[in-house]
Design a protein around this ligand. Structure first.
Ligand SMILES: [Zn+2]
Length: 1003
């Protein structure tokens, strides 16, 4: 259960305050000032029956108003101070005196950006409002809870529904909406009376200001003598903060919309009709995906079991009908004679013809010319929106050319998102800055949606700003952990207690050590190996016991599950769990006692497993080594201490294990993985280095793989329906076409009928005068692979891990940085009787949902990491000037080649066509992958030379630009330049393919 702060428990009022209490009413009351009332209502059960529910509802008079040092209310030492006695908010021309704000539900839902602004303080959030917000928008609910939890904001959540004087019953014929509006006004009224009695130190009355944008509600409030303003009125009255107006959401006024301007879009069908239509099959429900290259085109992926993943094309502004990327929409199919083909035209919306709809229609016609009849696909139009999926968007302001203009267009970094019209007075200040904008609505007469400015992230190109942008754009949760989450951490100083020892083996005497990259502070795993009497070896993999600290269902667990993974950027790590755990209590550092989950094998000298057991343990690592240090010990004949002997044993076994895996058909692929050397002071990249692998890297990896396989088998045996596993599907045969053809062009044969055949033919694919060819072939092979994913064993039948050639696999060895491992630890602990279970752990639908989130988070983490590398690559080349490097052609396309620069692990797509320039003569041959440009033929795997520079002409989308130096393409006026877009957070689609493919560690 979550800990809530909203409902205070019955508690005797504090003495001082009680003596000065106002006289109580005469209503009957129970013990300690609590009065019981009951509410009866009818509720429909899942099975359809109607039951009468009587809910006991306690009313109290010991709920404080929240004003600091209010003499009338009980002191509650367990509750943080809420409202300031001398409100320190911004000065308002409308209400110059001290005041608290009290917003209604809609205001909170729509103007949360305003309420979050540091200027706004001392706000009363009613329980009624909070409950309504919770049921209407989970994200806004979370945001307001965070604001209430922030002591600097002085927000106070008042439990009006349990307060004897503010609770009201629903009246006959009154809708619950109206009842709640009335409850809010009653609470405002109560506050104004209550505050009149207390006066602050300056003997001024503190006023309560009711904020509502609802015209009716405001009128009623004024009639009742309540001071009420709309959000806009109040914000505009803030004397020293004129810029805050920018953050106001522009809530569309239905009436206004019709009057002004021409209607561009058809009306949206209301939700109830949409649902009927979907049921009867007139409409189809799906996810709207805007095209990145063509703003007049989108596809809708239809949900539902009947026609799984059916794709419908939508073309043209009116048919797109104001849907935004990722919205859930309803579409109507067009008649067959109106079907279109996906266009190959690239159309970027330049925002020039904002209100020139005829111009747009001309553009739409371009899409329809010269379409091959065979290419026609089901085509439809958006008739309504089922669920908006708007989030705050990063991007830049495109300042209006009109002088003194307040309305400007905002260009999101993600090209699939339309431009957004915002109003701001700070356009000069915001130019060149990365900003965040939220969409408020999209009226029928507006070419673009309306939105408002949310936040300035900083100058474009600035390192911190760009890091923030890429985290936001990849949906990486990266806010500091909330107080609520942190409250579930162990209290310091922490030590191991008797109780902790109960189900644990004491393994502190073993010569356990860890081997990691230099500077690693989150040490998940440690190992040991020793001879046991019978000539066999005992090998232990000891994993941080994170599930000991993170208990199911609390806020810490929920947050870790949501984050799913730690995200590693070039210069920053975004932890999945708070630092106290990741870098201290869970980290298996040397010479301290740590809790672990151990997997221990007995093996013979041939690395055959004779026995496997699992136990929770306590270890004391004897050394935290880097790969290089471990390697040095193994290689140094003079060293024969216990740690070194243990490492040599591990290394010897690992080599045998690796050989066995390869013989089994496991793939050994490679990808040039780039690491930056950072200047430790400025954090600027000073050198790019492709990662070098030592024998000890592979030693640790071998044992982690083995532990993961052993644990996978164990949890599957114990919980055939509920094991969280990881699989890697075999790619469809056609994926290998590109590899097979490329190899054939060098007279090499690659077999792809099985992983084993593939691995063997890759081993044989050598060319004596071209040693790098084998690496290139392995890189190409990685591009043919599928993505490995988590799944629940009860929901799937295919468990195979293709890349590892293992029939079963899971993740057990990195619980500090992967949430899947925490679940696997819990399952294993239950399996061996070391911990108790809980309902969600053995619910396959819950596990399937969890897997979905984890797969998403892992994918986004990879993209974010890529984007970070891309950004640092740009920074690197910015300082380098023009660089001349060797490169290899990896792929050949119709109008481009893709090259790889091994030195930097840098890859670029290279186009030979340029806007406004004559097209060079291009001749593409798909059989021998090659492209002939103006008589010069470029083949796959050819070695070329390129010039690399940074093109910063478009500040939002910087590019690494390359020029072909060798071979020189001789053509009249055609610059043979290659361009590679490196601002990859704009390119998730393209990158998706790249990533799927380049992830050499398919594990
Ligand atoms: Zn009070």
């Amino acid at each position: 259960m979550r800990r809530g702060r909203a409902t205070p428990s019955p508690r005797r009022p504090g003495g001082r305050a009680a003596s000065r209490r106002a006289p109580r009413g005469t209503l009957g009351r129970g013990r300690a000032g609590a009065m019981l009332t009951s509410r009866t209502f009818l509720k429909r059960t899942r099975a359809g029956a109607v039951v009468k529910v009587v809910r006991e509802h306690y009313l109290r008079d010991d709920i404080p108003c929240g004003a600091d040092a209010c003499p009338l209310c009980p002191v509650r030492p367990d509750q943080p101070l809420g409202l300031e006695a001398r409100p320190s908010g911004a000065a308002s021309g409308l209400c110059p005196g001290p005041h608290y704000l009290l917003p209604d539900t809609n205001l909170l839902l729509h103007q949360i950006d305003i309420l979050e602004d540091p200027v706004i303080k001392n706000v009363i959030v009613l329980q009624t409002v909070l409950q309504e917000v919770r049921s209407r928008s989970a994200p806004v609910y979370k945001r307001i809870r965070d604001v209430i939890g922030n002591p600097e904001k002085h927000f106070y959540s008042f439990t009006n529904e349990h307060h004897r004087e503010t609770y009201i019953e629903q009246e006959q014929g009154e809708s619950s909406n109206d009842r709640n509006d009335r409850a809010i006004r009653v609470a405002v009224k109560w506050y104004s009376e209550h505050l009149k009695k207390i006066q602050n130190e300056e003997n001024e009355d503190i006023q309560v200001i009711f904020l509502t944008n609802d015209r009716n509600n405001k009128e009623k409030a004024l009639e009742e003598g309540i001071t009420a303003y709309t959000c806009e009125e109040y914000i505009k009255s803030l004397i020293d903060n004129p810029d805050l107006v920018d953050r106001l959401a522009c809530v569309s006024d239905e009436g206004k919309e019709i009057e002004s301007g021409k209607i561009i879009f058809p009306e949206h069908v209301p939700l109830s009709k949409l649902q009927q239509g979907i049921k009867s099959g007139i409409y189809l429900q799906g996810t709207y995906r805007a095209s990145r290259d063509n703003y007049l085109e989108a596809t809708v992926w239809v949900h539902g079991d009947a026609e799984e993943n059916k794709e419908i094309i939508i073309q043209g502004l009116k048919h797109l009908n104001r849907a935004v990327h990722e919205d859930t929409v309803a579409v109507e199919l067009l008649a067959k004679d109106e079907w279109v083909a996906p266009s190959s035209v690239v159309l970027q919306d330049d925002g020039q013809n904002e209100d020139d709809i005829e111009m747009e229609e001309k553009k739409e016609n371009i899409l329809k010319i010269s379409v091959n009849k065979n290419m026609l696909r089901p085509t439809g139009k958006v008739v309504g929106i089922i669920k908006r999926n708007w989030r705050p968007f990063c991007g830049m302001l495109s300042k209006s050319h009109i002088k003194e203009a307040r309305r400007h267009l905002f260009t999101p970094a993600d090209r699939r998102i339309p431009r957004i019209r915002i109003e701001t007075r700070q356009a000069d200040k915001l130019e060149g800055q990365r900003i965040i904008v939220a969409i408020d609505g999209w009226p029928r007469n507006s070419r673009y949606p309306n939105g408002h400015f949310v936040k300035n992230l900083g100058s474009a190109g600035d390192k911190e700003t760009e890091t923030e942008v890429l985290l936001l754009e990849h949906d990486v949760p990266h806010q500091p952990f909330s107080q609520n989450v942190l409250s579930f951490l162990p209290k310091m100083p922490w030590s191991i207690t008797e109780k902790d020892m109960k189900y644990r083996e004491d393994l502190r005497h073993l010569y356990v050590c860890s081997v990691d990259p230099p500077g690693c502070t989150d040490i998940d795993d440690a190992l040991h190996c020793r001879e046991i009497g019978n000539g066999n070896l005992e090998v232990g993999v000891h994993i941080a016991d994170v599930s000991h600290f993170i208990r199911p269902g609390n806020a810490l667990d929920d947050e870790s599950a949501k984050r799913g993974t730690t995200v590693y950027l070039c210069e920053k790590r975004i932890d999945m769990v708070p630092e106290l755990l990741s870098s201290n209590l869970c980290s298996l550092r040397s010479n301290v006692d740590r809790l672990a989950f151990s997997c221990i094998w007995e093996m013979n000298q041939k690395a055959e497993i004779l026995n496997t057991r699992f136990t929770k343990s306590i270890i004391n690592s004897k050394a935290s080594l880097t790969y290089a240090e471990a390697q040095m010990r193994i290689d140094s004949a003079a060293m024969n201490d216990d740690i070194t002997v243990s490492l040599r044993g591990l290394n010897k076994l690992a080599k045998i294990l690796k050989k066995k895996r390869i013989d089994n058909g496991a793939l050994m692929l490679s990808s040039p993985e780039v690491r930056f050397h950072m200047d430790s002071e400025t954090h600027d990249p000073i050198d790019l280095q492709t990662k070098e692998l030592k024998e000890t890297n592979s030693m640790v990896e071998e044992f982690m793989l083995l532990a993961n396989v052993s644990v996978a088998q164990k949890i599957y045996d114990e919980f055939p329906e509920f094991a969280l596993l990881r699989k890697h599907p075999a790619p469809p045969p056609s994926n290998y076409d590109i590899l097979v053809k490329a190899a054939k062009s060098k007279n090499l044969e690659i077999k792809t009928d099985s992983a084993k055949a593939l691995a063997e033919s890759l081993d044989k694919a050598e060319s004596p005068d071209f040693p790098y060819l084998n690496t290139l072939l392995r890189i190409l092979t990685t591009r043919c692979m599928m993505q490995a994913v988590y799944f629940c064993s009860g929901m799937d039948s295919d468990f195979h891990h293709y890349g590892l050639a293992s029939p079963i696999y899971t993740h057990f060895t990195s619980p500090i940085r992967r949430y899947a491992d925490i679940i696997v630890h819990r399952l294993l602990a239950v399996a061996i009787g070391a911990d108790s279970t809980y309902p969600e752990l053995t619910d396959k639908h819950k596990l399937a949902d969890l897997s979905k989130n984890l797969n998403y988070r892992h994918k986004m983490a990879q993209y974010a990491q890529r984007a970070s590398v891309a950004f640092h690559t740009q920074l690197f080349f910015k300082t380098k000037g023009v660089v001349n490097e060797d490169a290899y052609i990896l792929f050949v396309r119709r109008n481009a080649v893709v090259v790889l620069i091994p030195k930097y692990g840098l890859e670029g797509t290279v186009f030979f066509e340029e806007k406004d320039k004559p097209t060079p003569k291009l001749d593409y041959n798909s059989e021998v992958p090659s492209l002939t440009v103006e008589g010069t033929t470029l083949c796959v795997f050819d070695k070329v030379k390129v010039n690399i520079t940074l093109d910063a002409s478009n500040i939002q989308h910087q590019k690494i630009r390359m020029e072909l130096v060798e071979p020189k393409i001789l053509a009249s006026g055609v610059p043979a330049h290659l361009s590679t877009e490196m601002s990859s957070y704009n390119e998730p689609e393209k990158k998706k393919k790249k990533l799927q493919q380049s992830n050499s560690k398919v594990e």
